[in-house]
Design a protein around this ligand. Structure first.
Ligand code: SF4
Length: 118
């Protein structure tokens, strides 16, 4: 079995191929650097993405605060994370990099992407 991928670890976008040699061994080809092999392997075993979104904000000059996950999140947890973010309402002031949601059980932290004064 094989799967074609495009590496998103840098702007070159190398075309990767993941081939299953047996149940546990995966060969990655087409990468120009080790990051591509790491990306390809992770993408077929446990794909992850950095999640960006906005949350409601009161008492600030913005109505919504842009936020981002600190680290990439497993794709199968993204829907639950977004549902949780859409229920949150924060109050200004908020500082860029401040933790606005900590889902410790899942190892996910969401940070403010900008500073908003009161
Ligand atoms: S394999 Fe390396 S060079 Fe190619 S897109 Fe991925 S990170 Fe960039």
């Amino acid at each position: 079995m094989k799967k074609d991928l495009i590496c998103i670890a840098c702007p070159l976008g190398c075309r990767l191929t993941a081939r299953w040699l047996n149940e546990s061994a995966i060969e990655i080809t087409g990468n120009r650097c080790p990051r591509g092999e790491e990306y390809g392997r992770e993408e077929v075993v446990e794909p992850k993405r950095v999640v960006t979104a906005t949350v409601r904000l009161k008492s600030g000059f913005l109505k919504r605060l842009p936020v981002t996950t600190k680290r990439p999140v497993p794709k199968d947890k993204i829907a639950a994370l977004l549902n949780r973010l859409y229920t949150i309402e924060l109050s200004a002031p908020v500082i860029r990099g401040e933790v606005v949601l900590d889902m410790a059980d899942d190892g996910v932290q969401v940070l403010s992407s900008r500073t908003v004064k009161k």
